[in-house]
Design a protein around this ligand. Structure first.
Ligand code: GLN
Ligand code: ZN
Length: 756
């Protein structure tokens, strides 16, 4: 086997020790200059390039760095920057940050552009905003500068750009014009840029069009063709080669068109792209490079070389082996830097991990076919990494349909529960957490470092719970919460209490801007060996005669915010977590907890990008996993759930099929649009669409909440409506929280009076 070429789509850019985060924060506080921040950024870029060079990567990207987000960079590259930011009259970098997270200062007061989840990842991009007066034209030199910077260090890179189609598809249009009206100017801008890059010495440019993995309509196909039939020719005219990069799935809707457009290279994802192999086998243009995304850019496990090699062999039945380049399935932005930064986990564990830097080595080993490397890799997979936990497997095998069906029906339960709880019309509640003040965090930290004993830790939290409940009773909330003072994070908390997860020290992954998350790792079979929340909930319930909600995180959310295993299916992992949470639900019930909320904040997050895959690939196991958690409770136990994003208009039926008694969700920022969908679907679950936005310290007035409630009542039957904020209150201060909930309760009372 001859050595193949290798390619990388993008490299982490936060800095190995999150240098960019810390430097940016100092810059915002005015503690370091722009030049100092730029220096940190340059060092981070240099680090990535040198690592890739050392690993012998053939196609190393540039312009994959960003101070905040690559889509926002593209808005600035194309001049699609709303006037309100430019009018501030601040430096270019500050204008950029103003669009990223708002500006409030002597030059003005503008909100940030909205942010959205990037495809099926936990990364968020800044939504481009385009109106009829927007003029698209090349407006920044960033790709050229970064290309030159690498070149000066002796590294030939491939400038990588977000494609025009994806950019225009993700943009929001505040006028009559739409994507079509801006495509020609965007092509012109990219041609101008290609000219500059060619002059600087670039041989290739790579254009990422992940939006091709969505459903592509006939109209969108036409737009894509229009863009690229023009762009490819003109880029060739500048003596540059052009690669089209796709990721996060396959491009089944437009593959035929893509291979006919004359690209010099096409990047295809063979990890998430379930149809990719089939597509390539249907034909691939001679002389075109295939950037074969076979190393998973999203997960943290070592690649199984034998399996990866088998995919390459299949590909090579249809593509000339010399034209196959070994690559990652997507940008390495979605994995941490390096396993070598983990000091606490045993070597036996770490040897199964591969983060960005280790994946570079995997690429070159796979490309070289080096026998020694293959032998060594094989030893990781000949024996199972972990053995199955027999009791867990047996419990799963023993599941029958009854375990997924709650009886009696929701309508029957409703009568039983109404009798039992005797709640007023428009019951009031909150989502769970109360403000996590400095002392609350200090208490947890002191316990963790051993400064205080377990008893001291518990005593403090119990005092907080008692105060929190007294406050809620005083304000007059109907369904009480304990406040979640023992939790820092709704997934990590459960991960640390359930067997089967492990935690890293430094495996940070960018979520939005320079903010990172450190997801737990599903290591082996999941199993609950002891109660998790029971003690806190029981203590809380003792403080009041009103019902206190038990508060749990659901299996789909726990899984979606972790690095999942690759040796068993997601469905199996969701079921295992569901059984662990079910044990907790039943124990809460046994201990007198009458209402239990099971949060599925992230249920929507991993919904497949193509509608036709929604059920088969995801909802068909995700919704049952939730049902498994609560199907066995008594009819009089009321099950609540909560979701963060209200973007579930098109899966309303599936949400109803979760069969909860009550659902609360974020609605205040989305103009309550979801209500129409609920109405049309004859949504049966009782609903608490958040009546105010907890993401801001603003206190909503009673009138404002009453107004919102009237809008809700236009669409939702009165007897189904609950009144609550739109998410947990943990990021808020105590003063504004108390004021807001008081107004919320007053608004509910006003409504009750109106219907009498
Ligand atoms: N119960 C959690 C809380 O109130 C829910 C958090 C969330 O939805 N992100 O904090
Ligand atoms: Zn929420």
């Amino acid at each position: 086997m001859t050595t193949k070429k290798t390619s990388v789509i993008g490299f982490p850019r936060i800095g190995k020790a999150r240098e960019l985060k810390f430097a940016s924060e100092k810059f915002f506080k005015g503690e370091v200059s722009e030049a100092e921040l730029q220096k940190v950024a340059a060092e981070i870029r240099q680090y990535g390039w040198q690592k890739q060079k050392a690993a012998g990567i053939s196609f190393i990207p540039s312009n994959d760095f960003s101070f905040y987000d690559n889509v926002l960079d593209t808005s600035f590259l194309l001049g699609a920057v709303p006037a309100r930011y430019k009018e501030l009259g601040v430096s270019a970098l500050e204008t950029y940050f103003a669009a990223a997270h708002g500006y409030q200062g002597e030059k003005g007061d503008v909100k940030a552009l909205p942010m959205k989840k990037w495809f099926n990842t936990n990364y968020h991009y800044i939504v481009p905003e385009i109106d009829d007066s927007t003029v698209i034209a090349l407006s920044s030199d960033k790709p050229v500068q970064e290309y030159n910077e690498a070149k000066a260090a002796g590294i030939q890179t491939v400038p990588s750009l977000i494609g025009i189609y994806t950019f225009l598809r993700l943009a929001r249009y505040n006028g009559k014009k739409n994507a079509k009206d801006f495509a020609a100017d965007a092509v012109k801008a990219y041609v101008e840029l290609a000219d500059k890059l060619a002059a600087a010495g670039a041989a290739w440019i790579s254009i990422a069009e992940p939006a091709l993995v969505f459903d592509v309509s006939a109209e969108e196909k036409a737009l894509f063709n229009e863009i690229y039939s023009s762009l490819v020719k003109q880029v060739h005219g500048k003596n540059l080669k052009i690669a089209l990069q796709t990721y996060f799935g396959d491009i089944r809707d437009i593959y035929k068109e893509v291979i006919a457009l004359g690209f010099d290279g096409i990047g295809i994802d063979f990890v998430e792209g379930i149809k990719s192999l089939e597509l390539v086998k249907s034909g691939f243009p001679k002389g075109t490079l295939l950037f074969a995304g076979i190393v998973n850019g999203k997960n943290i496990w070592r690649a199984d070389y034998e399996k990866k090699n088998a995919i390459l062999a299949e590909i090579e039945k249809s593509v000339d082996a010399a034209n196959v380049v070994v690559g990652t399935s997507c940008s390495l932005l979605h994995v941490p830097y390096t396993v070598t930064a983990e000091q606490k986990l045993p070597a036996d564990t770490l040897k199964h991990f591969s983060f960005a830097e280790e994946k570079l080595v995997e690429l070159s080993e796979l490309a070289s076919g080096d026998q020694n490397a293959f032998e060594k890799n094989k030893s990781l997979f000949t024996v199972a990494r972990v053995s199955a936990t027999p009791s867990v497997r047996a419990a799963i095998d023993a599941l029958t349909e009854d375990d997924f069906v709650r009886l009696p029906s929701r309508a029957e339960r409703r009568k039983i529960q109404a009798d039992k709880f005797k709640l007023p019309a428009f019951p009031t509640t909150t989502i769970g957490s109360f403000p996590q003040t400095a002392e609350v965090r200090a208490n947890r930290a002191a316990f963790k470092t051993g400064e205080i004993s377990y008893d001291q830790y518990v005593a403090f939290n119990q005092k907080k719970i008692a105060e929190c409940i007294a406050l809620q009773e005083n304000i007059g909330l109907d369904v009480i919460v304990h406040g979640e003072f023992e939790r820092n994070d709704m997934v990590e908390y459960f991960g640390t209490q359930i067997d089967g997860f492990i935690f890293t020290q430094n495996a940070w992954v960018q979520s939005y801007g320079t903010r990172c998350v450190k997801p737990p790792v599903v290591w082996r079979d999941i199993h609950r060996s002891k109660p998790i929340t029971v003690e806190w909930s029981v203590f809380a319930q003792k403080q009041t005669n009103k019902p206190v909600k038990g508060m749990l995180t659901g299996p789909v959310t726990i899984l979606n915010w972790s690095f999942p295993r690759e040796d068993i299916s997601l469905k199996a992992q969701a079921q295992q977590i569901a059984l662990a949470i079910r044990d907790e639900v039943l124990e809460l019930e046994k201990n007198g907890i009458k209402i239990i909320q099971i949060d599925e904040a992230a249920l929507r997050e991993k919904l497949p990008l193509r509608k036709s895959d929604w059920h088969k690939e995801y909802l068909d196991w995700a919704i049952p996993a939730f049902r498994l958690v609560h199907a066995n409770v008594k009819p009089e136990t009321q099950i609540h759930t909560h979701m963060c994003y209200s973007e579930f208009n098109d899966i309303v039926k599936d949400i109803d099929a979760m069969d909860a008694d009550v659902i609360t969700f974020e609605a205040s920022r989305s103009d309550l649009k979801l209500l129409d969908a609920l109405n049309e679907a004859h949504f049966e679950t009782q609903v608490g669409p958040g009546v105010y936005d907890i993401h801001s310290p603003r206190v909503p007035s009673v009138d404002e909440i009453v107004n919102t409630l009237h809008k809700i009542l236009d669409k939702v039957p009165q007897e189904n409506v609950w009144v609550n904020p739109d998410c947990g209150l943990k990021t808020r201060g105590e003063t504004e929280t108390t004021a807001s909930i008081k107004n919320l309760v007053a608004a509910a009372k006003q409504l009750r009076a109106e219907i009498k």
